[in-house]
Design a protein around this ligand. Structure first.
Ligand SMILES: [Zn+2]
Length: 306
């Protein structure tokens, strides 16, 4: 039982960077559009391609089962940002995502103590599954933003490998800790208020804190979604850009500000419900292997062979 719950926690942690029910449902639906018999493991192929494909920028499939064509790179350093962990080669995305990150970083630079943003993983040059780290980030529409306020934007490549972000959480994510500032809240509010954004994943204690502090219009809170992890960084997920037919959006978050739901997460962290007794008659869930190229949308075969 203990081993089982560790396994479940591990799966949750691995899927935590924006893996979620709605996009996996959308992903299942997209299997029907596949047109390839390429049975190579997708992460082994997408995880080793160093450059983007040519052609019009487009996202294909869902956030956790897709790829991207015509990706561009967030420049490694700009006036108000630095891309981190350059060795991973994950500063690729759709042009709309790169524009968004630059815009948000300009706002961040107006905040006391912030010279801009440190930007973590975006996507691989052609998107797709990764060898390590994320279930999503596959379509060039997801980006991780570090919680660490940048005090300089002249980090060397080596420093960008060794520097770490900092955690904002206390009590397993039920509350924010003393590193959390009004500037974090202002940046998250600006991030969520942008119409290009579909969702932002953030640990539950921080959402509840922002629910307490929000004044005036609260509609932006709807997009801030409580999720596991996400206390060293927050994860921004953009909508499919207009005119990209092969890109699958997620269903929008439930109506309302979502503050009661976030409080429910916090309550369960503080008072975990008793584990359900194992059902001796339950059919074990079949283990799913890693995604094959044939399980991605058919366009991803062209993207990888381009
Ligand atoms: Zn992420």
């Amino acid at each position: 039982m203990v081993r089982l719950s560790i396994a479940i926690a591990l799966i949750a942690a691995l899927a935590s960077c924006g893996g979620d029910k709605t996009s996996s449902q959308a992903a299942k639906a997209s299997i029907s559009t596949q047109g390839s018999s390429d049975n190579r493991v997708a992460k082994e192929v997408f995880g080793r391609v160093a450059t983007s494909s040519s052609g019009r920028p487009q996202s294909f499939g869902g956030y956790a089962r897709g790829c991207q064509a015509g990706a561009v790179q967030l420049p490694q350093t700009g006036p108000t940002w630095q891309a981190m962990r350059l060795s991973r080669n994950r500063n690729w995305a759709q042009p709309q995502t790169v524009d968004y990150i630059q815009d948000l970083s300009r706002f961040a630079a107006t905040q006391s103590g912030w010279s801009g943003l440190y930007v973590g993983d975006m996507s691989q040059p052609r998107g797709g599954p990764m060898l390590t780290g994320h279930a999503s980030h596959q379509t060039g529409l997801d980006a991780d933003i570090w919680m660490l306020p940048p005090n300089r934007l002249n980090l060397s490549a080596a420093e960008r490998e060794s520097l770490s972000s900092i955690s904002m959480r206390r009590a397993s994510g039920a509350f924010v800790n003393s590193s959390w500032t009004p500037q974090h809240e202002a940046i998250l509010k600006a991030a969520a208020s942008d119409p290009r954004v579909a969702r932002i994943f953030l640990f539950p204690g921080a959402k509840v804190e922002m629910c307490k502090n929000a004044t005036g219009d609260r509609s932006w809170l709807r997009k801030i979604r409580p999720w596991w992890g996400h206390h060293y960084h927050f994860h921004v997920r953009l909508n499919c850009p207009a005119g990209t037919a092969g890109c699958e959006d997620q269903a929008p978050p439930p109506p309302g500000d979502g503050c009661a739901e976030a409080q429910g997460w916090v309550d369960r962290i503080l008072n975990p419900p008793p584990p359900k007794p194992a059902d001796p008659n339950a059919t074990p869930t079949p283990r799913r292997g890693p995604l094959k190229i044939s399980q991605l949308p058919g366009q991803c075969t062209s993207v990888i062979n381009n």
